[in-house]
Design a protein around this ligand. Structure first.
Ligand SMILES: *[C@@H]1O[C@H](CO)[C@@H](O)[C@H](O)[C@H]1NC(C)=O
Ligand SMILES: *[C@@H]1O[C@H](CO)[C@@H](O)[C@H](O)[C@H]1NC(C)=O
Ligand SMILES: *[C@@H]1O[C@H](CO)[C@@H](O)[C@H](O)[C@H]1NC(C)=O
Ligand SMILES: *[C@@H]1O[C@H](CO)[C@@H](O)[C@H](O)[C@H]1NC(C)=O
Ligand SMILES: *[C@@H]1O[C@H](CO)[C@@H](O)[C@H](O)[C@H]1NC(C)=O
Ligand SMILES: *[C@@H]1O[C@H](CO)[C@@H](O)[C@H](O)[C@H]1NC(C)=O
Ligand SMILES: *[C@@H]1O[C@H](CO)[C@@H](O)[C@H](O)[C@H]1NC(C)=O
Length: 895
């Protein structure tokens, strides 16, 4: 059982009201020469199935596709269910009234959820001028109807009576009885004989009417063959029909030839060629064309329409040619998906209708071809037009064009798939725009600030926004899908980018970040750290709608050190605002500030505290590996940014130098086993403490790595020489300031100590140059009595001054820094205006480097005399190059 001639379509929903109205005009019929055309509007089907029945009196005959070919029905539908049904006027169930009037009754049934509808078509067509041969080519059959010239029943009757046939018991039938079709000889081109029954089974329709015989043949059967005629492939059916009436045999020839090709396409034109002389249908060598028409959908087209629509129908020596512009309203476009991409086809159903007469004959052939053509799928990649004006901060694109059967159903961004409703809720403005020709395009607007849109490049002044969108489409009614991906980019000279400003005081760096037009749409990198919530809290993050602030303390590891001075450190804070993916810097800010902090402590007691900081320029430095000149002196504290050294001036390889009137201690923190593999500068933190012996001051300076020039700045501390009077020779108890004036008796020994009280460097020696006594505090006053001269006891002194050797010193940490001597109390005899029995002792002391003495004085206390060089003249006194300190005792009374 072959399928019913059904068509099922899904079409756009229309309201019930329109459906009813439309239904009235939805089925119409028209007589077009030898065919009847029934048009069914797709809208009446509304997604339902439909079936066509032929009506023969009260019989309802469902038209299967097999029956359609055999009985002369053909049908074409577009994807929306709009259907054209062509019925040959000589179809099986036609009622011919003999006067050239043909009555057709058909019915159309729709099925569906609601009760089906039945629509009846009754059409009477008048077609009186049947040519001697009528050939009809449709998409499913070839039909030829010829005058057979067989004897009529009257003639048969005459023949029967004149030639007696006694063997026949048949009575001569009344009415239009015709001879019986015995067999059919088909030429393919090999000759082959069929019985009518056999051909019937092959789908042939064979009908013998009183004056004509009609054959309908499907295209692809064993009884048809293909032949190229003037370059056009044609299906050919050639036959001889053998009729028999008693002893009489009649032979009728019938042939049909229908084109199966001959179409060519250009981008905007369809050309269809039909051979001018369809030779298999001609018995003579040429024929004369009497009429030629072209038409569409079975209907002839008049010349005015042809011109208006750009159609051409012309004849060459060999062909009739129809040229049809692709896109003319008589055809239709359809969307397709082919290999995932959008394609369109254009379909049209032209017709050529000819009437010719063979040379030397009078028989005319009417030849009609209904020939539906579809172009092959043509790729139509959607065109994206970018209307983005960067200054507006919006992507604006139009993409299309698509045929009306295309629907946009979703969009996919990098983050999500959204239906159109979801997309609209998400800030995508998508509009459909319909062109006058029915095609559509889609307009999309989305702000640059949309979360999915931002991208960027490293140029700070220009921001590039990118948007990757995949559009998901659906083609109706087939519901096939395809997608199209688009990458949009726009560059904006963004003058309103987020920006950073900052300031410092001596403790902190204060950073203010102002949001740009994109709001807080960036990551912040402070120094080397991404500003996380935790870090933000640490840096006192504070935000209002347009700014946020951070307070980064000096000690923060995100601060880099650039340079060091004795009392301050240059710290640098880098702040980068980066896009969310952290692939580029929106802006970069760097602020260097000086923080007051002492990196060097030159303590008066001879200890040095030095803080070595890691510098930005020596990134690979591990401060914990630094050591002083003596490699065994490592830091007493270190982390990844600092190393703190604490040591005495006489240890750790500290060098000492006397310079003018100062003493300079110098050391250096460096990497002792430093591999010089990279290009980094060598880290050498050279620092010095300058002790000025006058000294209420200690000077400190240090040298930074390599080329950095030494910076000398005053430090803090004192360095004093003191002269004290002990209570006895044990030097354990001393008179203090408030014990003065000390009261003594004549020749009582006075135990003096002169000491560099605070400095703890045993390698320095204090030498007493001169001591003398006066009546009062004025060192220069007269009278004066010398007790020590050039470092030695005054030889003229009857009670010679006695030095107490350093080795005997108990409880003194650095004996070389002290000198003890004993003098006997005396009185100035010649004292007149001053109170008798009162003296003040004064000394000049020198601080010496015993290893590099500047002059003889520094060889030791009274070294010359000890060496017994009594008469040696004093060498040049270069005291000016030494520091000479003046000390005095308090007032001493003689009882
Ligand atoms: C149509 O009906 C008539 C009479 O009812 C019948 O003789 C004829 O054979 C039918 N035609 C076909 C093709 O069945
Ligand atoms: C319809 O018009 C639009 C705009 O002019 C055009 O882009 C599109 O190609 C046309 N569609 C067809 C099928 O001709
Ligand atoms: C989005 O549309 C595409 C193409 O039409 C389709 O293949 C896909 O399944 C759709 N996705 C969703 C989540 O609907
Ligand atoms: C936000 O903070 C910034 C910087 O602290 C300030 O200049 C600005 O006025 C503040 N804005 C508002 C609305 O408070
Ligand atoms: C941001 O800028 C800094 C300084 O110019 C640079 O070191 C860093 O690599 C930049 N970051 C990116 C992601 O470009
Ligand atoms: C030296 O003085 C510093 C303060 O200036 C003090 O911290 C340190 O303990 C003193 N050292 C000694 C050995 O007295
Ligand atoms: C010693 O230092 C004090 C205070 O700085 C200063 O007033 C005095 O002049 C100095 N004396 C000498 C001899 O340099």
């Amino acid at each position: 059982m072959s399928p019913l001639l059904c068509f099922q379509v899904l079409i756009l929903t229309i309201s019930t009201a329109t459906q009813i109205v439309a239904y009235q005009d939805a089925v119409s019929s028209v007589c077009l020469g030898n065919v009847l055309r029934v048009s069914v509007d797709g809208s009446i089907l509304a997604g339902k199935s439909a079936r066509v029945d032929a009506l023969n009196g009260s019989d309802v005959i469902p038209i299967t596709s097999f029956l359609a070919t055999q009985c002369g029905y053909s049908m074409t539908s577009d994807p929306w269910g709009n259907t054209l049904l062509y019925a040959s006027l000589q179809h099986c169930y036609v009622q011919s009234r003999g006067d050239g009037t043909f009555d057709t009754h058909l019915q159309l049934r729709t099925y569906g959820k609601d009760s089906g509808r039945v629509h009846t078509v009754s059409q009477s067509c008048s077609y009186s001028q049947l040519a001697s041969r009528e050939i009809l080519c449709t998409n499913n059959y070839m039909e030829v109807s010829v005058e057979h010239g067989l004897p009529t029943s009257e003639q048969l009757k005459w023949m029967t009576s004149s030639v007696k046939d006694v063997t026949s018991s048949e009575s001569v039938p009344r009415g239009m009885k015709v001879p019986r079709l015995e067999k059919v000889v088909i030429y393919t081109p090999a000759e082959k004989a069929f019985t009518p029954m056999e051909l019937h089974k092959l789908g042939y329709g064979l009908y013998t009417y009183p004056a004509r015989l009609l054959i309908r043949s499907p295209y692809d059967t064993t009884a048809t063959y293909s032949q190229d005629v003037a370059g056009v492939p044609m299906a050919i059916m050639t036959s001889s029909l053998v009729y028999k009436h008693r002893w009489m045999v009649s032979l009728v020839k019938a042939a049909a030839a229908c084109p199966t090709g001959g179409v060519s396409f250009t981008e905007d034109l369809i050309s269809w060629r039909l051979p001018r002389h369809i030779t298999p249908l001609l018995s003579s060598s040429s024929c004369e064309t009497l009429e030629a028409y072209m038409g569409i959908d079975g209907q002839r087209m008049d010349e005015a329409t042809m011109i208006a629509q750009g159609y051409y129908f012309y004849v060459t020596d060999t062909h009739f040619v129809v040229e049809m512009p692709i896109g003319s309203p008589y055809g239709y476009y359809k969307s397709h998906v082919h290999e995932g991409r959008y394609h369109t086809t254009y379909s049209i159903a032209p017709m050529i209708e000819l009437l010719w007469r063979e040379m030397g004959g009078s028989d005319e052939t009417r030849y009609k071809v209904l020939f539906p053509i579809s172009t092959p799928p043509i790729p139509r990649p959607p065109h994206v037009q970018d209307y983005t004006v960067p200054e507006e901060g919006m992507f604006k694109i139009v993409f299309g064009a698509f045929l009306p059967d295309v629907e946009l159903i979703n969009i996919t961004t990098d983050s999500a798939v959204m239906t159109l409703a979801e997309a609209a809720a998400n800030g995508f403005d998508i509009q459909e725009h319909v062109f006058p020709n029915g095609s559509k395009a889609f307009r999309l607007q989305v702000p640059f600030s949309h979360p999915t849109a931002v991208k960027g490049n490293p140029n700070v002044k220009t921001v590039t926004y990118g948007l990757h969108i995949v559009f998901g489409f659906l083609i109706q009614p087939e519901q096939t899908t395809f997608s199209y991906s688009s990458v949009l980019e726009a560059a904006v000279d963004d003058t309103d980018l987020a920006s950073v400003t900052g300031s410092c005081d001596q403790m902190n760096v204060y950073i203010t970040v102002q949001y740009g037009s994109q709001g807080h749409n960036f990551e912040t990198v402070v120094g080397g750290s991404l500003l996380t919530a935790e870090l933000a809290q640490q840096y006192s993050f504070n935000e209002n709608g347009t700014h946020f602030t951070l307070t980064v303390p000096f000690g923060s590891p995100d601060l880099a050190f650039e340079a060091v001075h004795s009392s301050n450190v240059m710290g640098r804070l880098d702040v980068a605002l980066q896009n969310l993916e952290r692939t580029w810097n929106i802006t970069y800010f760097s602020l260097a500030c000086s923080f007051i902090t002492s990196v060097l402590d030159c303590s008066p007691n001879g200890t040095i505290g030095a803080l070595a900081v890691k510098l930005d320029t020596v990134p690979s430095l591990n401060p914990g590996q630094l050591s002083l000149n003596d490699p065994s002196c490592g830091p007493s504290f270190s982390d990844d940014r600092f190393a703190f050294f604490y040591f005495r001036v006489d240890t750790c390889g500290t060098t000492r130098a006397f310079k003018d009137d100062v003493m300079v201690y110098k050391n250096m923190a460096s990497l002792k086993n430093q591999l010089t593999t990279n290009e980094e500068p060598k880290y050498q933190f050279v620092f010095s403490c300058i002790y000025s012996v006058n000294a209420t001051k200690t000077l400190a300076y240090f040298t930074m790595p390599q080329s950095t020039a030494p910076v000398a700045e005053p430090g803090v501390g004192d360095f004093t020489v003191q002269m004290r009077l002990a209570q006895d020779v044990t030097y354990t108890q001393f008179y203090s300031d408030w014990d003065y004036p000390v009261v003594t008796y004549l020749r009582q020994p006075l135990f003096f100590e002169v000491a560099l009280t605070t400095l703890g460097d045993p390698n320095v020696e204090l030498i007493i140059d001169n001591c003398w006594a006066t009546l009062n505090k004025d060192r220069a006053s007269k009278p004066r009595w010398d007790t020590i001269v050039d470092g030695c006891p005054n030889p003229e002194d009857p009670d010679q001054t006695v030095f107490h050797p350093e080795t005997l010193y108990d409880g003194v940490l650095f004996p070389s820094l002290s000198k003890r001597f004993e003098v006997k109390m005396f009185s100035f005899a010649e004292a007149e205006d001053a109170p008798v029995g009162q003296v003040v002792f004064h000394c000049d002391v020198v601080i010496c480097d015993p290893h590099s003495p500047l002059n003889g004085l520094c060889h030791g206390q009274c070294a010359k005399q000890q060496m017994g060089r009594k008469h040696v003249k004093r060498g040049p006194r270069m005291v000016s190059e030494l520091h000479v300190e003046h000390v005095s005792s308090g007032l001493i009374f003689l009882l």
